[in-house]
Design a protein around this ligand. Structure first.
Ligand code: PMP
Length: 441
C-alpha cells in the first residue's frame, strides 16, 4: 500500500493545475480517502461532495464494482497497444457506449480526457469534409464563455478570456458566437430560460461573413458548465441544429459535463431532443476514476473515412492510451453501476426537489442569480468592487471548513453532486451554502 494518508513535508515539487499554488501551499486542503457522498480530509473531517469531484464522480466515490473491475483488470491485461491491434474489452466498451448513446451515434473514438476528446472531435470534423473532397471547409465556430478543455484546439474554440490572452495566437480560422446568458431577462429562472433563443441567429451572420462553404463545424456545450452553468434558452439548440443543417456544417456537442446522467437523461442531446453530429465525453465515462474520454460520431461521418482504399490508415490520429484495458474495465463497471442503480435518469426524479432547494437561497446575502437544470445548479454572487472572484473564493474556503465541497468559477458557486445524493443530503448541502453566504464579507 502506498502512503496516501501521509502528507510529505515538502509540497513544492507538485505544480498544481488551475491552482493558486502559493496560497494553497500556505494552508493546504487535502483529502486522503472517499466513500459514496463524502471525502475525508487529512485531519479526519468528512466533507460532503457537492461537485462530484470535478463534475465526474457521478455514481459516488469508491464504488465496489468499479474498484474490483480495476483491480482484476490490472492483474490480467494491464496494457495493450491500440495501433493496428487491440483487445476485446475496448470493442465491448465501445458497443456498450453506443447502446446508451443518442440514436445515430454508432462509433466511438477513445481518448484520455475531455481536452483530448475536444481536439479529436475538431480534427474529425475538418478531416471528414476533406475525406468527402470538401477541403475548403476548415473554419471552426465556438462560443463566448465556452470551455472546451485546455489543449490548443479547445482553447481556440473556447471563449475564456484568460486562455485567450495567456497563450499566444491560438488556432486561426476560428470565430465565436455570443453566449446565451442574459441576466437582465432571465435572472432566477428555474430550468430553461424563456427568452433569448433568437441569439442563435448570430450563427447565420457569422456563417454569411465567411461563406458557409468554408465552415467545418460549430461546437458548443449544451449547458456551459465551467463558466458558471449557463442554460440554453428554450429552442436555442434546435435553432443551431437547423442552421447547421441548412449549410452542411457539423454540430458538435461537448458533453464532457452533461454526458452520463447529469441532466437526468443519459446525454444532453436526449434531454433537449437535439442530436448533434459528434459528441465529446470524458469524466463520468469511468465515474472519474481512471482518465478516459470518448468521441461519439454518427455513422455517416465514420463511413466517409472508411470509403478509401483498404490497408490505409483512415484517420491519422490517436493516443498511446486510447482504449486502455484498465480504463475500459472501469468504464464497463461504471455503466453497470449506472444501469443497476438507474443513475442515468435519476436526476429527472430529483430535479424538482433540487430546484426548490437551490432557489430557497434567493434573498440570502450577495445572491444576484440562481440557475438550475437536472442535477446542476449555480448561485451567482455580487462581486466585491475591484476584487472579482474574492467573495466566491471565500465561500469555497468557508464551505470546505464547514464540511462541504463546492466549486467556484468567477463569482459563481457551481454545484453538481453525485447522482446518488439523497434529499436529506441536498438539504444539508444547501444549508452549508446558506450559512456560508451569511458568513462571507
Ligand atoms: N469540455 C468541457 C465541457 C469540460 O467541462 C471540460 C472539463 N471541465 C473539458 C472539456 C476538459 O476536460 P479535461 O479536464 O478532462 O481535459
Amino acid at each position: 500500500m502506498y502512503h496516501s494518508r501521509v502528507v510529505p513535508n515538502d509540497l513544492n515539487a507538485f505544480w498544481m493545475p488551475f491552482t493558486a499554488n502559493r496560497q494553497f501551499k500556505q494552508s493546504p486542503r487535502m483529502f486522503v480517502s472517499a466513500k459514496d457522498m463524502h471525502f475525508t480530509t487529512t485531519d479526519g473531517r468528512k466533507v460532503l461532495d457537492g461537485t462530484a469531484g470535478l463534475w465526474c464522480v457521478n455514481a459516488g466515490h469508491c464504488r465496489p464494482k468499479i474498484t474490483e473491475a480495476i483491480r482484476e483488470q490490472a492483474g490480467e491485461l494491464d496494457y495493450a497497444p491500440a495501433f493496428q491491434m487491440g483487445h476485446p474489452l475496448a470493442f465491448e466498451f465501445a458497443n456498450r457506449l453506443v447502446e446508451i448513446a443518442p440514436k445515430g451515434m454508432e462509433h466511438v473514438f477513445f481518448t484520455n480526457s475531455g481536452s483530448e476528446s475536444v481536439d479529436t472531435a475538431l480534427k474529425i470534423a475538418i478531416a471528414y469534409h476533406r475525406a468527402r473532397g470538401d477541403g475548403s471547409r476548415f473554419r471552426l465556430i465556438g462560443r463566448e464563455r465556452g470551455y472546451h478543455g485546455v489543449n490548443f484546439g479547445g482553447i481556440s474554440v473556447g471563449g475564456i478570456v484568460t486562455n485567450r490572452k495567456m497563450f499566444g495566437t491560438l488556432l486561426t480560422g476560428v470565430d465565436h458566437m455570443p453566449h446565451t446568458h442574459l441576466p437582465g431577462q432571465n435572472s432566477f429562472t428555474k430550468g430553461e430560460p424563456e427568452h433569448g433563443a433568437d441569439i442563435a441567429t448570430e450563427l447565420e451572420r457569422i456563417v454569411a461573413l465567411h461563406d458557409a462553404s468554408t465552415v467545418a463545424a460549430v461546437i458548443v456545450e449544451p449547458v456551459a458548465g465551467s463558466t458558471g452553468v449557463l442554460i440554453p434558452p428554450k429552442g436555442y439548440l434546435q435553432k443551431l441544429r437547423a442552421i447547421c443543417d441548412k449549410h452542411g456544417i457539423l454540430l458538435i456537442f461537448d458533453e464532457v459535463i452533461t454526458g452520463f446522467g447529469r441532466l437526468g437523461a443519459p446525454f444532453a442531446a436526449d434531454y433537449f431532443g437535439v442530436t448533434p453530429d459528434i459528441i465529446t465525453t470524458a469524466k463520468g465515462i469511468t465515474n472519474g476514476v481512471i482518465p478516459m474520454g470518448a468521441v461519439f460520431v454518427k455513422k455517416e461521418i465514420h463511413d466517409a473515412f472508411m470509403n478509401g482504399p483498404e490497408h490505409v490508415i483512415e484517420f491519422f490520429h490517436g493516443y498511446t492510451y486510447s482504449g486502455n484495458p484498465i480504463a475500459c474495465a472501469a468504464g464497463i463497471a461504471t455503466l453497470d453501476t449506472y444501469k443497476e442503480e438507474g443513475l442515468l435518469t435519476r436526476g429527472e426524479e430529483l430535479a424538482p426537489y433540487w430546484e426548490e432547494a437551490l432557489h430557497s437561497l434567493k434573498g440570502e446575502p450577495h445572491v444576484i442569480d440562481i440557475r438550475n437544470i437536472g442535477l446542476v445548479g449555480a448561485i451567482e454572487l455580487e462581486p466585491i468592487a475591484g476584487q472579482p472572484t474574492k467573495r466566491a473564493f471565500q465561500a469555497f474556503v468557508k464551505a470546505f471548513e464547514r464540511g462541504a465541497l463546492i466549486r467556484t468559477t468567477g463569482d459563481i458557486i457551481a454545484l453538481s453532486p453525485p447522482l446518488i445524493i439523497t434529499k436529506g443530503q441536498i438539504n444539508e448541502l444547501i444549508d452549508h451554502v446558506r450559512e456560508v453566504l451569511r458568513a462571507v464579507d
